[in-house]
Design a protein around this ligand. Structure first.
Ligand SMILES: Nc1nc2c(ncn2[C@@H]2O[C@H](COP(=O)(O)OP(=O)(O)OP(=O)(O)O)[C@@H](O)[C@H]2O)c(=O)[nH]1
Length: 337
């Protein structure tokens, strides 16, 4: 029997990982392998997905819908060779066009004999969804290619206020997808059986949406700038830094996320920013045991050197801090798509 594969997509910060974590708690979805495509060289998402590390593979450093499609086939083969999950969920990066990813399953020899790509689930952010649709072809294609659309953040007042208009826009892009509301940890109950037993038909089997170049385009140049550094930070330094960062760069910032080694906490702090909204800090275990700080910022329309300087400033602040036990070791990376 073929392994079922679901493509989980959605714009930057829309709530893919949050949704994935909720879904993975369902007993019906045990025996699921996860393949995560991160945008940029500094990976964060693998530490935020609540599943055994052995069940996660990372496709990082590039965009899954462009030059990394060959790697995708390789990673899937790695999964199917090493063990036999019942299903694979691929979480794309937030800037991916899911259509070429879907097509990989029917075009790469060997892959289609073992794996059936059964559905595309797109998470749409009710707070920023309209902006994302208006400003990017990726945002439109992610919605247009979905079998299921999960509208997130409807607990937030801005999200609630947008819901009617957003639902209408979604319908102009995709009349066929089932829409589900998702609030933080609550899995849309109607969706689980569809993920467990997909009915075999797929929107993309019948009609490709006519929105720009479905083969692949990134209209916007997205820049991913990442940093890794040692040392311990205080919460107030981080808060001050993020305030300064957003004061200067909010118009250019699509996403910022980080794992930070804060004083007085054995877990790593998770810093989450979507455009100019900063989520409350949460904590995860330090899977790597090295307590390295990691931050990645995805921007557009700004020179990445400016972003890099700001990241550097945070790392450098450790040097002057009483919490520092060693000089910060910097590794700064940059990826452009
Ligand atoms: N209030 C609220 N916050 C949410 C909801 N879903 C996600 N978030 C928050 O939105 C932020 C981004 O969520 P993620 O799940 O990391 O988004 P993502 O799509 O995986 O992000 P990228 O992979 O970076 O594109 C986090 O701070 C989440 O806690 C929701 O339904 N309600």
């Amino acid at each position: 029997m073929k392994i079922q594969c679901t493509i989980l997509t959605g714009y930057l910060g829309s709530g893919k990982t949050t949704f994935l974590n909720s879904v993975l708690r369902s007993p019906e979805l045990q025996n699921t392998a996860i393949l995560i495509n991160e945008f940029g060289d500094v990976g964060i998402d693998q530490d935020l997905v609540a599943i055994d590390d052995d069940d996660i593979l990372i496709l990082e450093g590039g965009c899954i819908c462009c030059e990394y499609r060959g790697n995708l086939a390789g990673k899937i083969k790695q999964i199917t060779d090493s063990y036999s999950p019942e299903r694979i969920i691929i979480e794309t990066s937030g800037v991916a066009n899911p259509i070429p990813v879907f097509e990989t399953f029917s075009t790469i020899p060997g892959l289609k004999d073992h794996v059936h790509c059964s559905c595309v689930v797109t998470v749409v952010d009710s707070v920023f969804g309209l902006k994302n649709i208006d400003s990017s072809i990726e945002g439109k294609l992610q919605i247009a290619s979905a079998d299921h659309i999960v509208i997130s953040k409807t607990d937030m007042p801005e999200g609630k206020a947008n819901l009617q208009e957003l639902s209408e826009r979604i319908r102009t892009l995709n009349q066929f997808a089932n829409c589900h509301l998702f609030v933080n940890d609550e899995v849309p109950a109607a969706l689980i059986p569809r993920l467990v037993n997909p009915d075999g038909t797929h929107l993309l089997d019948h009609s490709l949406p006519h929105i720009g170049d479905t083969a692949h385009t990134h209209e916007i140049t997205f820049e991913s700038t990442g940093i890794e550094f040692d040392g311990c930070l205080s919460l107030s330094v981080v808060q001050e830094w993020i305030d300064d960062f957003l004061t200067a760069f909010a118009p250019y910032t699509l996403r910022l996320k980080g794992l930070l080694n804060l004083q007085d906490n054995s877990d790593m702090a998770v810093l989450q920013v979507v455009r100019d909204i900063v989520s409350p800090i949460t904590y995860v275990e330090d899977d790597h045991g090295n307590r390295k700080n990691r931050i990645v910022v995805i921007t557009c329309d700004i020179h990445p050197d400016l972003v890099r300087e700001e990241l550097n400033r945070l790392a450098e602040s450790i040097r002057n801090s009483k919490f520092s036990d060693k000089d910060p070791m910097l590794h700064i990376s940059r990826t452009m798509f």
